[in-house]
Design a protein around this ligand. Structure first.
Ligand code: PEP
Ligand code: MN
Length: 282
């Protein structure tokens, strides 16, 4: 029986609902994050994403704003009333990230960073565990076991595409992973069509397909000015594209027995602070 991973006292990722997580790839500035957060909240997202610590292929690329980015996420979270998920790259940062975000992301490159998995397993924060670009489903499930084994039951699996021979898309989004994982685990499963395709025009169709395939949610990159983005601009939806996609998902969800999770702001708790340590008490 699939289970629900709680995000706050009012919301969680799991059966019957469809959780839309949205926001920029990286937190770049207060203005960029605030514009994005307001747009995704207004369109009906239920979780805000944004990277403060960025895993970049090249050390010369923008590495994220670090702790300043975490503070900006906490501020945006309070303003729009959405819980935040953000990536933690280093076991030494787990504590500070827990203080600013409701959910911890383990990025694809760190899926087999065993000390990091154990560290997040020792927290009470839900964890979004992304599939490594060359990882089998067995390996993804074994990585989840590292977290579960430390006593943290709140793991959400994320299919985000695997490396293939075809440069037509950034990665090969494996949507069959959704029902295949469903046969083997009760953990919720979300899909990342942004990294999975790398191309803005493919994101909405694959998000709709993820819902139809039985995913419990999607994680989407949105940027107010994708052409100026410091990372992953080509795959970022514009706020207008995102709003259109939300309407499509809202129309499709009841057909597959789900409801798009309501945002906390719609539940009238926008004035509270869902991003911080007491996030789970809301
Ligand atoms: C991200 O979510 O911005 C990210 C870096 O994802 P992944 O780890 O899947 O590449
Ligand atoms: Mn990204």
């Amino acid at each position: 029986m699939p289970r629900t991973v709680p995000l706050t006292n009012h919301s969680g990722v799991g059966p019957g609902t469809f959780t839309v997580i949205a926001g920029p790839c990286a937190v770049e500035s207060r203005e960029q994050l605030a514009l994005t957060a307001r747009a995704v909240a207004a369109a009906g997202a239920s979780v805000l994403r944004g990277g403060a610590f960025k895993p970049r292929t090249s050390p010369h690329s923008f590495q994220g704003l670090g702790r300043e980015g975490l503070s900006l996420l906490a501020e945006a979270s309070r303003e729009v009333g959405l819980p935040v998920v953000t990536e933690v790259l280093d076991p030494r940062d787990v504590e500070v990230v827990c203080g600013h975000a409701a959910m911890l992301q383990i990025g694809a490159r760190n899926m087999q960073n065993f000390p990091l998995l154990r560290e997040v397993g020792q927290t009470r924060h839900p964890v979004l565990l992304k599939r490594g670009p060359a990882a089998t489903l067995d390996e993804l499930l074994a990585a989840a076991d590292y977290i579960l084994g430390e006593g943290n039951p709140d793991v959400v699996l994320c299919e985000r595409g695997v490396r293939s021979f075809d440069p037509s898309t950034r990665y090969l989004l494996d949507l069959a992973a959704v029902p295949a994982l469903r046969e083997r685990t009760d953990l919720p499963i979300v899909v990342d069509p942004s990294h999975g395709t790398g191309r803005r025009s493919l994101v909405a169709p694959m998000a709709r397909a993820a819902l139809a395939a039985g995913a419990d949610g999607v994680i989407l990159e949105v940027h107010p000015r994708p052409e100026q983005a410091l990372s992953d601009g080509p795959q970022a939806l514009r706020p207008m594209d995102f709003a259109r996609l939300m309407k499509e998902l809202q129309a499709l969800a009841p057909i597959v027995g789900r409801e798009i999770s309501a945002s906390l702001s719609r539940l009238g708790t926008a004035s509270e602070a869902p991003c911080t340590e007491d996030a789970r008490a809301i």
